[in-house]
Design a binder for this molecule. Sequence first.
Ligand SMILES: CNc1nc2cc(C(=O)NN)ccc2[nH]1
Length: 369
Amino acid sequence: MAVQYELIKRCSKTGARAGRLHTPHGTFDTPIFMPVGTQATVKAMSPHELKEMGAGIILSNTYHLYLRPGHELVAEAGGLHKFMNWDGGILTDSGGFQVFSLGPLRKITEEGVTFRSHIDGSKQFLSPERATEVQMALGADIIMAFDECVPYPADHDYARKSTERTTRWAERCKGAHTRADQALFGIVQGGMYKDLRSMSVRDLVSLDFPGYAIGGLSVGEPKDLMYEMLEHTVPLLPVNKPRYLMGVGTPDCLVEGVLHGIDMFDCVFPTRVARNGTVMTHQGRLVVKNAEYTRDFRPIDSDCGCYTCRNFSRAYIRHLLKTEEIFGLRLTTIHNLYFLIHFMKKMRQAIIEDRFLEFRAEFWSQYQK
Ligand SMILES: CNc1nc2cc(C(=O)NN)ccc2[nH]1
């Protein structure tokens, strides 16, 4: 198998677990946070810096790379790893979420999705087979089935029909996937309906994927509803396969996702908000661009070991951001990614030492959203 999950330790009181994910580009500790590099780059970061801060697997998006520069060009370059000079793990999302985020600009049929390119308005078409072919050409270690991310809110009938189609599409992706050195993950949908989440898990597990993503969450629903869906859905998934929660990446959601047994996370949040000056600390977020930090010569977070916190003050970083100096958003990005990557490592250690509930209680006692 191209990707193997190894369970190292289960928390005795919760669904939390520590493991390792073996891939053709290395073995990575889980739970893991995967930085998002939509267009074959994690914005403002070099591969060397990502490696140095402990990043293991990064994401790229099929939708964007298919439109520009095109999967054929990436294949000509030798695949994504060579093209972007990254020798760690790569996961590509299938485009399901991006295409459905286009809203009225897209038309869904059983065959696939017709949409207009956000770049030049040209008419485009992605089917399960085509999305799989594109991802095989891009060459990621883990690729995702082409699905429909059920919008929120959605009525039960729409969610059921959409989820049933996502299962038929998953089967078509499986049929089209011929690269033995890649793992194709199924994506559980079902909206906010427990019966449909159960149906989606049952149907996907019967197709026997090497890993399962939980999609259709963090799409505008209240966090408590997301947690309720996780509490219901994750225990239905096979224990010996990785579970990947798509699009989730704030510290509070990461803790609750790990609590319920999630192994893999991705989110644009830490890199996106870094570029407008929002940084994460153990007490919650702070907007270092704000006037209150003009004369604050402390690091962003005194407990953080990242390059930014070891070398620069809040006042200096605020100055760089206010003057739109590129180095400013590099420093905030380095910090946010390091913070999350190491936050996951601390959670993993707590699970191994069977003190995850204490870690979680300590986190919530300090964290202001
Ligand atoms: C930021 N929230 C968020 N939700 C997501 C859902 C999906 C999904 O269902 N893909 N098939 C992907 C990325 C997501 N990002």
